[in-house]
Design a protein around this ligand. Structure first.
Ligand code: GDP
Length: 294
């Protein structure tokens, strides 16, 4: 994950790390390399420039040039800025309501259904009673996929294969959850290959009908800048609460992780790093930043 960015950043700061003293020139050239590394990772120019401008200001403020270990201090400053860029603090999910309703949205293939299973598994381990809901009325295979995952993790799945009204499936599922004493309902919605009006309207209607306490937007990090653009469109329509970045195990660049918070001003809450049900992590911006500069 993020190998390219990691390599380039580490190379950029390496020349500073071993030195007892660093000069203006060292700093300027390192900052330039850091900016280039960010842009190569698919971070847009303005964001990369803002980040590196702040690194430079902090380096001056904290008197990096006369510090005992200037290189280490400089790395720490970059880490702080990357942490801020990715959202600062880890953000929790809102599970208010009885049952609490979580709506999962995103494009087809982004990893929604896999995440729904992982998330249910994660919450189940905390002792909650979960109901997974298959709200994809277009692809029967999506229903089966969720049922298979549900069985694997021991979580009930609600589906109405004959019903072509996603809103009523969601409503019926909530009534069912109440009758079964479930604490949390996770609604896996349909996704299309590209953002389309029918799909957007449908998920908006589900949102209106069930008032979720948490809407999570799932996006494939491998799609780079497209991930950021899709996030923007979904956010305009759904005003979601958090982002789930999937397939980070295959993402060598990291552009989506670094840019999404800045563009949509919504936090990344989870990262998915594989197909297994356990491959899910709460997103900690500071840990990710240290990992990138590790
Ligand atoms: P959906 O159409 O959005 O519901 O997407 P799926 O959950 O069906 O996922 C699409 C494909 O991506 C499946 O083959 C998943 O096994 C795979 N997948 C999902 N999440 C991850 C992940 O974090 N890493 C990897 N490597 N594959 C994933």
């Amino acid at each position: 994950m993020f190998e390219n960015l990691s390599d380039k950043l580490n190379k950029a700061v390496k020349t500073l790390k071993g030195q007892g003293r660093i000069s203006d020139i060292n700093i300027a050239s390192t900052i330039k390399e850091v900016r280039r590394a960010l842009m190569d990772a698919d971070v847009n120019y303005k964001v990369a420039k803002d980040v590196t401008d702040r690194v430079r200001e902090k380096a001056i403020d904290r008197k990096v040039m006369i510090a005992v270990e200037p290189g280490q201090l400089f790395v720490k400053i970059i880490q702080e800025e990357l942490t801020e860029l990715m959202g600062g603090q880890a953000q929790s999910i809102n599970l208010k309501g009885s049952p609490a309703i979580v709506l999962i949205a995103g494009l087809q293939g982004s990893g929604k259904t896999t995440f729904s299973g992982k998330f249910a598994n994660y919450l189940k381990k905390q002792g909650r009673q979960i109901l997974l809901v298959a709200c994809d009325i277009y692809r029967p295979a999506a229903i089966t996929q969720l049922q298979v995952l549900g069985e694997q993790i021991g979580v009930d799945v609600y589906a109405e294969p004959e019903n072509k009204d996603a809103v009523s499936i969601a409503q019926n599922a909530i009534a069912h959850a109440k009758s079964k004493g479930k604490n949390i309902v996770i609604i896996d919605t349909a996704g299309r290959l590209a953002v389309d009006e029918v799909m957007m309207k449908e998920v908006e209607n589900i949102k209106k009908a069930v008032t979720p306490s948490e809407i999570l937007f799932v996006v494939d990090s491998m799609t780079g800048q497209d991930a950021v653009n899709t996030a923007k469109t979904f956010n305009e329509r759904l005003d979601f609460d958090g982002v789930v970045l999937t397939k980070l195990d295959g993402d060598a660049r990291g552009g989506a992780a670094l840019s999404i918070k800045n563009v949509v001003n919504k936090p990344i809450k989870f990262i998915s790093t594989g197909e297994k049900m356990e491959a899910l992590d709460v997103f900690y911006p500071d840990r990710m930043a240290s990992r990138i500069l590790g």
